[in-house]
Design a protein around this ligand. Structure first.
Ligand SMILES: Cc1cc2nc3c(=O)[nH]c(=O)nc-3n(C[C@H](O)[C@H](O)[C@H](O)COP(=O)(O)OP(=O)(O)OC[C@H]3O[C@@H](n4cnc5c(N)ncnc54)[C@H](O)[C@@H]3O)c2cc1C
Length: 393
């Protein structure tokens, strides 16, 4: 496994559990360090993946602030959550070690070993072994945004479009730890969005993301503006200051642009563009894809991995990408319209949109309760016309 992020660690655990000798190469000095992600996610799918609840901070309200609009959806049972990224990745590492995988830290992979077009191992270096070659029956590219092995093998295009994110983890004890906020509109984040994700213990991740090359806005400038807007959400006079700075890139690939299985090489996580391009959520998908890939490698049925992955995410990711390309050009009037439409959805229906969950049975359920809601849901995702009023669920 090239990369010890959620994709590589999840793949390693399953491959090792299936009886394979498995090595993870992670160039960093520790799993989950440095943090490059905001960790926003959803409780139900994380539980389904077995991630322990100590790894996340739940939120009961999701608020969306637009240029002149402001909508809050409330959930009796927490729907959204913010992951303790280090704890989650290190828990995934523990799972891999328990399954018998070997994790090498400060281990940098420079490239693939190939033989007649087939990947047969990697060239690596680390402080203990120096430079060396590691033969392998299957190499997994879990290197994240660069996906450098998959690109070199022609399994995916380059990163023509990428989300660029910049975030401060703040000590902000005067902020309400039960509310996650998204900001939309030109003032805070043209062609992207701003966020405030509480993580517990009086800390909040405040960040902005924009898509390149669609937007040339400078994240540092936007984050300064967001800090000013954030001040209005904290108790008067309470302190606000940065404790950590996080930044990173996420690929925005068209669905199915990446080939997941090549000749001796398997691609997972951001390396294969397996995050939702709607809100830039990738961690739970990377874990899920990694487990599918690891199982497929262990059983020798490699084709099962792309087949099952496309079955699980094909429709949702296609809709997410269509929305993404559309909203990148939105201006303030468009955002106000979308937020008004979101206001018209019930909290549960809004949750499907937030979580990139466009299952047919949701549309059918909406059709039974109120036929006009099917259109509202799709339009909320794609951005046209207004729906009806929502209430607490
Ligand atoms: C700013 C930002 C905010 C985000 N916010 C969210 C969010 O709120 N919620 C969410 O779910 N997702 C979010 N994401 C996306 C999420 O972080 C990714 O989808 C997820 O981390 C993908 O996991 P991965 O294992 O594929 O890649 P990564 O987590 O990037 O892991 C790749 C690993 O490979 C290692 N590596 C790379 N090259 C080499 C090499 N040559 N040799 C050895 N090791 C190597 C890296 O050090 C890294 O540890 C965000 C992303 C960014 C950039």
């Amino acid at each position: 496994m090239v990369g010890g992020g959620p994709a590589g660690l999840a793949t390693a655990a399953e491959a090792a559990r299936g009886g394979l000798r498995t090595v993870v190469f992670e160039r960093g000095h520790a799993l989950g360090e440095p943090v490059r992600t905001s960790g926003g996610s959803f409780v139900k799918p994380l539980r389904a993946l077995g991630v322990p609840s100590r790894c996340w901070h739940p939120v009961h309200r999701i608020r969306v602030i637009g240029p002149t609009t402001d909508v809050t959806k409330r959930y009796r049972r927490a729907l959204g959550c913010v992951l303790d990224v280090r704890a989650t990745y290190q828990w995934l590492g523990q799972q891999a070690v328990e399954a018998g995988a070997e994790i090498r830290l400060k281990a940098h992979v420079d490239g693939a070993l190939t033989d007649g077009g087939r990947t047969v191992g990697v060239r690596a270096r680390d402080p203990f072994r120096g430079a060396y070659e590691q033969p392998a029956r299957v190499v997994v590219d879990a290197s994240g945004h660069t996906g450098f092995l998959s690109r070199a093998a022609g399994m995916r295009p380059g990163n023509e479009r990428s989300a660029v994110g910049l975030e401060l983890e703040l000590h902000a004890p005067g902020y309400d730890q039960d509310e996650a906020v998204f900001w939309l509109g030109d003032a805070i984040s043209p062609g992207g969005y701003g966020w405030a994700f509480p993580v517990g213990g009086g800390r909040v991740r405040l960040g902005v993301g924009v898509v390149r090359p669609d937007s040339d806005a400078e994240p540092r400038v936007l984050l300064d503006r967001l800090l000013a807007a954030f001040g209005a959400l904290t108790a008067a006079g309470s302190p606000v200051g940065p404790i950590e700075s996080h930044s990173g890139l996420m690929p925005v690939l068209p669905p199915a642009a990446a080939q997941l299985v090549g000749n001796g090489l398997v691609s997972v996580g951001d390396a294969a563009g397996q995050g939702s391009t709607l809100l830039g959520e990738g961690i739970r998908y990377a874990i899920d894809a990694g487990r599918l890939a690891g199982r497929a490698i262990a059983t020798g049925d490699l084709a099962s991995y792309p087949r099952e992955w496309r079955r699980r995410t094909g429709r949702d990711f296609a809709i997410a990408y269509a929305v993404n390309t559309r909203i990148c050009g939105y201006g303030d009037a468009d955002w106000d319209r979308v937020i008004r439409r979101l206001d018209g959805l019930s909290p549960r229906q809004a949750a499907w949109v937030f979580a990139t969950d466009f299952r047919l049975r949701h549309a059918l359920g909406a059709l039974v309760t109120d036929p006009s809601l099917v259109g509202s849901l799709l339009r909320a995702a794609l951005g046209r016309s207004v729906g009806r009023s929502g209430s607490e669920s």
